[in-house]
Design a protein around this ligand. Structure first.
Ligand code: FCB
Length: 447
């Protein structure tokens, strides 16, 4: 099959498979303090010198708060079925507990209406990393067990107000990143450097997930789930020590979340490995975490390789690397999805993120991002293979609709199907957007 031919690829997916794109509030909305929004830990983090590579902030970002109609029209033009976005917690509850901000809710109300009118299913995420700064200052954010109740209250309020119009609600986006990059490696807000903190945070994230799912069940029939990032771990060499390092990393990245959520237990090998850094777990916590879910969202970008010291090393990159330096490994994507299906028998899965940063340039009014088309097509081919081998995947969301604020990398890394000129906020469809539109159209024609 010619991988770049969308017609051939479209044939590989069942007729009811869904096509979408994903974004998150902090990365695109802007309007950082408008209409009563509270500051988030990312608004705060951006103000700290040296945290963001290009020294930028998210005051304006893609100005989506004011341009959402234009952005929804872009998605409609691409013929997509669905859109994954996130609620900004401090926009709707500035202090993270107590009073609601009606103007903030009104924005999501307008956005959801606009999506439904455009024939796009709205898929929401409750927490994509923008914790209310006030909650970090008042209780220590995710370090405090008290946050579990705050999060469940916030989740319930969103589900109560919007559940009947949302196709799905995910509690967390990538809790591994929230915990590890936020509290252990300091790459992300709030920028702490303690493994013990990171693992306690992970436990509170998991518990808040379970409590929020249970609470939302009482008020909505929307499909409920969680989004996990999986970066499968491999040994750098066949040596036993490398294999063990990869196995431990798998325990900390994949199984640390999958096992409590689907099996009600932490992975014994990784738990033992972290020793005194292991979290405090109270009686009954694991049962609360293991709630029945309607879907599992998987975000896949790359893999990691580990040497005997447990250090990540650069892979051979047979298909190259993205602009993030991430090795392109679509075959690992297929293999991993099949593993999840076999080992966990999860609920229906969605690929809630997959995509690449590329050094895109506008030349004569066009962005010829052939690298992204190759990335997309090879990953979709891998996805079709995984599905034929038993992985139950119902839809795919490309990350991202727009170039946007890529966290500590700032605006340098471009992941969008649509190019954004930040000086003018002009949107321009890249060649990959045209290619994706073509694929979706061919697939729809077979429905
Ligand atoms: C994921 C995040 C998303 C984006 C992509 C590139 O880890 O969920 O917000 O930054 O990576």
């Amino acid at each position: 099959m010619n991988l770049l031919d969308p017609a051939a690829l479209a044939q590989s997916f069942p007729h009811d498979f869904l096509w979408g794109v994903a974004t998150s509030a902090a990365q695109i909305e802007g309007a950082a303090l408008e209409d009563g929004k509270g500051a988030s830990i990312w608004d705060h983090f951006c103000r700290q010198p040296g945290r963001i590579n290009d020294g930028s902030n998210i005051d304006i970002a893609c100005d989506h708060y004011h341009r959402f109609r234009e952005d929804v029209a872009l998605m409609r033009g691409l013929g997509l079925d669905c859109y994954r976005f996130s609620f900004s917690w401090p926009r709707v509850q500035p202090l993270g507990r107590g009073g609601w901000n009606e103007a903030g809710f009104a924005f999501y109300d307008r956005l959801i209406d606009e999506l439904l009118e455009a024939g796009l299913q709205p898929h929401a995420t409750l927490y994509h990393w923008d914790l209310p700064q006030a909650l970090d200052e008042s209780i220590g954010g995710w370090l405090s067990r008290d946050i579990v109740t705050c999060f469940a209250d916030y989740a319930t309020e969103v589900a109560r107000r919007f559940g009947d119009r949302l196709a799905s609600i995910a509690t967390h986006n990538e809790p591994w990143c929230t915990a590890t990059l936020g509290y252990e490696t300091a790459q992300f807000a709030p920028g702490h450097t303690s493994r013990a903190e990171s693992l306690q945070v992970a436990h509170h994230l998991l518990l808040s997930h379970g409590e929020a799912i249970a609470a939302m069940r009482a008020v909505t029939k929307a499909r409920l789930g969680i989004v996990l990032n999986h970066t499968p771990s491999f040994p750098a060499t066949p040596a036993e020590a490398d294999r063990r390092a990869a196995r431990i990393d798998d325990g900390l990245n994949v199984r640390w979340y999958m096992d409590p959520i689907f099996r009600g237990a932490y992975p014994a090998d990784a738990f033992e490995f972290v020793g005194a850094d292991a979290p405090t777990v109270e009686a009954g916590d694991l049962a609360r975490i293991r709630q029945p879910l309607d879907f599992l969202g998987i975000n896949f970008y790359t893999r990691s390789l580990f040497d005997a010291q447990g250090k990540a090393v650069k892979g051979p990159g047979k298909r190259g690397f993205t602009d993030m330096g991430w090795e392109i490994v679509p075959e690992v994507f297929a293999q991993h999805l099949v593993r999840l299906a076999r080992e966990y028998n999860p609920p229906p899965m969605f690929i809630t993120e997959n995509g690449m940063a590329n050094a895109d340039r506008v030349v004569d009014g066009r962005v010829a991002d052939t690298e992204r088309i190759a990335y997309l097509s090879s990953h979709l081919q891998a996805l079709a293979t995984a599905m034929s081998l038993g992985a139950d995947v119902r839809g795919y969301f490309y990350w991202s609709l727009l170039d946007n604020f890529e966290w500590n990398s700032g605006y340098d890394k471009r992941f969008g199907l649509v190019h954004v000129d930040y000086a003018t906020q002009r949107r321009l469809l890249k060649d990959s957007a045209h290619w994706y539109r073509d694929l979706v159209a061919r697939h729809h024609a077979r429905r």
